[in-house]
Design a protein around this ligand. Structure first.
Ligand code: IVH
Length: 752
C-alpha cells in the first residue's frame, strides 16, 4: 500500500493531487474487494482507515476530484459485468399481484371466464409460499447440470453456472430426469445464516447487507465462485422451463417429481379446491411467517392442471394461470423534512418526500413518493377526499410504507404530532429545471413541464430510458455517464442520435474521451463497441426506447408487430394525425355554426354546415381509415394513438427520431410461422363465441401469427362472427371481407 502522506494537502498541485487520488482510489477498491469479497484482507484496519481519510481530505481540498470519485466499500453492489449472457429458451416471467381477498376471487373468476368454466365447475389450485430471494434457472442435459442463469430481463440472464455449483441444495447430477430439464426456483438465505454473515462483516468493521435477499443476490452474483461457496445459499424448486418430456399432468405432480429428483421443494405447498381454501391457506402461511426462518412476501396460487395452464397461457410478462397474493405492506412513521420536485421523462413533476431515515422492513428509507399535488392536499384526482382529507405539510410526522420492490410511499399523516411549525407546500407552476410553464391538463392528475427536450431534466430522463435494459441496453452507458455527457461542453450527448455520433465526434477533436478523468483507452473502446453493437435493434425495442408517453413495452411490441417497419408506422401516424385535424376542423365548424344558428334561429343551416364540414373529412378518407386502423390495433386505442401522433408532430423530436433511424439497422419482428394458415392475417372477432372465450380465441390467433383487431376496415382479412354479430358483420359484408363462423374459424386453424 502506498505510504500515507501527512494530511495537509495544501502544497499539492492539482495534477499531483489527482494522481494521488486516482492511485488511492484503485488501492482502496482492491482492499475493499479483498476484504469483502475474497474474505482475505491485505490491509490492517488502521492502514485502511488512514488511506480512506487521506482520500476524503483530497476530495475536500480539490472539489474537481469529487466528480471522479467512485463509491467505495459498497458490499452487495451487484456485479453487472463480467458474466456471460444466456438466452432463456423459455422466458422467465414474473407474476401478477393480488393484495386483497377480492383480488383472489377475481383471479378465479377471470380464469373461469377465460376457460368458459361455470362457477361450480371443479378447478384446483396449488398454494405455496412466495420466497423472497432471486430466481434461478438450472439446465440439465442427460441428467447433468450444464448451465445456471439468473432471470435478467426475463429473456436473457447472466451465466452463474460456476456459482450455482457451489450451492448444496442444487444437485449436480440427476437420475431418471427427462433428457432436457430446466428447473426453476428461488435462491435465498435463511435468517440464521444472514445474521451470522452480517455478524462476521460487523466484526471486521465492514458494511452489512440490508436484508437476506440482498445478501443472497450479492452472494450469487460474485465473479469469483469461491466467494459464493463461502456464502450459505439455499434453493427451493417451484417451476420449470425447457423440457424434453412432461414431468407430470399436474403442478402438484411436477413438484413431487422435482422433489424425487433431489430438489428441495416447499413443504407448505398445498392443493386447494376453492377460493376459500386458498385464502385459508394464505392465512395459515401468514401466521407462520415469522417462524419459518426465511423471508417470504406472499403466497403463490397456480392452476393445478397443466393442460389448463397450457390453455391459459401468458400475457406479455405474466402467466394467466398464476398470481402472487402479497402480504400487506410494511409500515413505519418518520418526519417529512422537505419536498423536492423531480421532473420525469414525459415532463411529469413528481413530488418526492425527503424523510428522516427510517427502517421499513429491514431497509432504510429516506425518500418516498408523494404522487402528485392533489395527493399532498388529501384529494384524489376527482377531488374526493383521501386520508380523510388530511393535507401533508413539511415538518409533519408521516407514515411510510413499502410493498415488495415498489418505491416507498407516504401513506398517512399524524395530525396530533403537529406543533404549528409545519409548512404548506406550494406546488410549483413552472418547471424547477428549465423554468417553462408546468401545466395540468383537464383530467390529468399530473402537472407537466412544457419544455420538451429543451428541458434538461426531461432530456436526461429520456436518454436514461433510451439506454435502459428493456430499450437499447447499452453497456457502460448508465445514468451516471449520461449525466456527465449531457453537461460535457466538448463531447455532449443531448439526444439519442448524439450517442451514435459520439465516436465520430470524439475522433474529430482533441477532447478525446480516453483522456478524460475516469476514462482510458480500454473503457473508451468498450463504450464505442457497446454502442456499435446496438446499432442492430428490433423495431419493438426501438419504439419503446423513444419514451413516448403511454407507449410502454407492450404497446411498442404490438405496434412493431402490426406495422413491421418504422417507416410504415410513421406514415400511418402522420396520416392518422391529418385525420384527427380534419375531425377537429369539422367539429369546430359545426360548433361555430351552431352558435350562430341558435342566435339567428337558422337551425336548418346546422345540418348543411355539418355536411360541408364532413366533406372535409371525406377528402381525408384515407387519413381517417389510417386513424381507425391505428386505434383499432388491439391494445392500442385512442390514448396511445394521440400520444404517438403528438410526439411525431413535434418538429424537434421528429428530427431526432429521423436522424436516429438513419443510424440504425432496425429489424422487423420475426415473421410468423409459415405453417400457420392465418399467419400475417388481420382477424376481427365479433358476436358470441361458444367453444372458447374471446380472450382465448384472441390469444390463440396471435400465437398463430395473426393480428387481432377490434374494428373492421379494408385491412381486415377475416371476420369471425358468432351469434348476435351486428355492425361489424354489416361493414365486413359491405367491404367484401371473408366472414367465418366459429366452426369455420376452428377448421381454418385446425391444421396448425
Ligand atoms: S412461480 C411463470 N412460485 O416471484 C412464473 N415464483 O414475482 C413462475 N417466486 O420471478 C414463477 N416464490 O422469482 C413462483 N413459489 C413461487 C415463487 C416464485 C418466489 C418469485 C419468482 C418470480 C417472482 C415473481
Amino acid at each position: 500500500m502506498k505510504q500515507i502522506e501527512p494530511l495537509d494537502p495544501s502544497g499539492l498541485s492539482q495534477e499531483q493531487a489527482q494522481a494521488e487520488f486516482l492511485e488511492l482510489q484503485t488501492q482502496l477498491a482492491a482492499a475493499d474487494q479483498a476484504y469483502h469479497q475474497n474474505d482475505a484482507p491485505f490491509l490492517s484496519d488502521a492502514a485502511y482507515d488512514a488511506a480512506k481519510r487521506r482520500y476524503k481530505v483530497l476530495a475536500e481540498a480539490f472539489p474537481e476530484l469529487k466528480d471522479i470519485a467512485t463509491q467505495l466499500d459498497s458490499v452487495g453492489a451487484p456485479v453487472t459485468s463480467g458474466f456471460g449472457k444466456i438466452q432463456h429458451v423459455v422466458p422467465m416471467l414474473s407474476l401478477g399481484n393480488a393484495f386483497e381477498d377480492s383480488d383472489v376471487a377475481d383471479f378465479d373468476r377471470s380464469i373461469r371466464n377465460y376457460l368458459g368454466f361455470g362457477a361450480s365447475q371443479p378447478l384446483r389450485f396449488t398454494a405455496e409460499p412466495k420466497i423472497d430471494g432471486l430466481s434461478l434457472s438450472l439446465r440439465y442435459e442427460k441428467g447433468v447440470l450444464i448451465q445456471a442463469a439468473t432471470r435478467g430481463d426475463g429473456a436473457t440472464g447472466e451465466n452463474v453456472t460456476a456459482n450455482a455449483r457451489t450451492i448444496a441444495d442444487i444437485p449436480q447430477q440427476l437420475s431418471g430426469a427427462p433428457e432436457v430439464l430446466e428447473v426453476r426456483g428461488e435462491v435465498y438465505m435463511s435468517h440464521e445464516d444472514f445474521a451470522a454473515l452480517n455478524a462476521r462483516h460487523t466484526e471486521r468493521g465492514g458494511k452489512t447487507f440490508a436484508n437476506p435477499r440482498n445478501a443472497a443476490a450479492g452472494s450469487l452474483r460474485q465473479l469469483d465462485a469461491e466467494i459464493t461457496r463461502l456464502r450459505p445459499l439455499r434453493f427451493f424448486a417451484y417451476s420449470w422451463g425447457d423440457l424434453s418430456a412432461p414431468l407430470a399432468q399436474t403442478q402438484t405432480g411436477a413438484i413431487e417429481r422435482l422433489h424425487e429428483l433431489g430438489f428441495q421443494t416447499n413443504p407448505l405447498t398445498q392443493t386447494c379446491a376453492s377460493v376459500a381454501e386458498m385464502i385459508a391457506h394464505y392465512r395459515q402461511i401468514e401466521a407462520q411467517r415469522a417462524t419459518l426462518g426465511y423471508d417470504i412476501d406472499g403466497v403463490v396460487y397456480k392452476v393445478d392442471d397443466l393442460a389448463l395452464q397450457g390453455r391459459l397461457g401468458f400475457r406479455s410478462t405474466t402467466p394467466r394461470w398464476a398470481i402472487a397474493h402479497k402480504f400487506p405492506a410494511e409500515l413505519a412513521w418518520t418526519r417529512l423534512e422537505a419536498i423536492d420536485i423531480q421532473v420525469g421523462r414525459t415532463g411529469a413533476l413528481s413530488p418526492v418526500a425527503r424523510l428522516t431515515p427510517v427502517t421499513v422492513g429491514g431497509v432504510v428509507v429516506s425518500n418516498a413518493t408523494l404522487h402528485n399535488e392533489d395527493y399532498i392536499r388529501g384529494r384524489d384526482n376527482k377531488g374526493e377526499e383521501i386520508r380523510g382529507g388530511k393535507e401533508i405539510r413539511i415538518g409533519d410526522w408521516v407514515q411510510v410504507y413499502r410493498a415488495g420492490d415498489v418505491i416507498p410511499k407516504v401513506a398517512d399523516v399524524d395530525l396530533t404530532k403537529r406543533n404549528g411549525d409545519e409548512q404548506t407546500f406550494d406546488f410549483p407552476e413552472t418547471c424547477p429545471e428549465c423554468g417553462s410553464p408546468a401545466v395540468r391538463e383537464e383530467g390529468d392528475a399530473v402537472r407537466r413541464c412544457t419544455g420538451g427536450i429543451i428541458c434538461p431534466a426531461q432530456a436526461i430522463e429520456k436518454l436514461k430510458h433510451f439506454v435502459s435494459r428493456k430499450a437499447f441496453d447499452i453497456e457502460g452507458l448508465g445514468a451516471k455517464q449520461l449525466e456527465m455527457f449531457y453537461n460535457d461542453p466538448d463531447l455532449p450527448i443531448r439526444t439519442p442520435v448524439d450517442i451514435y455520433t459520439l465516436e465520430q465526434r470524439d475522433l474529430g477533436q482533441f477532447t478525446k474521451l480516453k483522456n478524460r478523468p475516469g476514462w482510458g483507452d480500454q473503457s473508451a473502446a468498450n463504450l464505442f463497441a457497446a454502442i456499435t453493437e446496438k446499432r442492430n435493434i428490433s423495431l419493438g425495442r426501438m419504439i419503446f426506447a423513444l419514451g413516448i408517453r403511454h407507449v410502454g413495452e407492450v404497446a411498442a411490441k404490438d405496434l412493431a408487430l402490426h406495422f413491421g417497419s418504422w417507416e410504415d408506422l410513421a406514415s400511418a401516424v402522420d396520416a392518422a394525425r391529418s385525420a384527427a385535424l380534419a375531425h377537429r376542423a369539422a367539429d369546430l365548424a359545426e360548433d361555430q355554426e351552431r352558435e350562430r344558428a341558435s342566435s339567428e334561429g337558422r337551425r336548418a343551416k346546422i345540418k348543411e354546415t355539418r355536411e360541408a364540414a364532413l366533406s372535409v373529412l371525406e377528402l381525408h378518407r384515407t387519413a381517417r381509415e389510417a386513424w381507425e386502423d391505428l386505434i383499432g390495433i388491439d391494445g392500442i386505442g385512442a390514448t396511445v394513438g394521440l400520444s404517438l401522433s403528438d410526439a411525431l408532430a413535434n418538429m424537434q423530436e421528429r428530427a431526432v427520431i429521423d436522424d436516429l433511424v438513419a443510424q440504425l439497422n432496425i429489424s422487423a419482428p420475426a415473421a410468423p410461422s409459415q405453417e400457420s394458415p392465418v399467419a400475417g392475417l388481420t382477424v376481427v372477432f365479433t358476436g358470441k363465441l361458444e367453444k372458447m372465450t374471446r380472450d382465448e380465441a384472441k390469444a390463440r390467433a396471435e400465437s398463430l401469427g395473426a393480428k387481432v383487431s377490434g374494428s373492421v376496415s379494408k385491412k381486415t382479412d377475416i371476420l369471425v362472427a358468432g351469434p348476435g354479430a351486428g355492425s361489424k358483420e354489416k361493414k365486413a359484408l359491405e367491404l367484401g371481407i371473408r366472414i367465418l363462423d366459429e366452426d369455420g374459424w376452428l377448421a381454418e386453424i385446425a391444421a396448425s
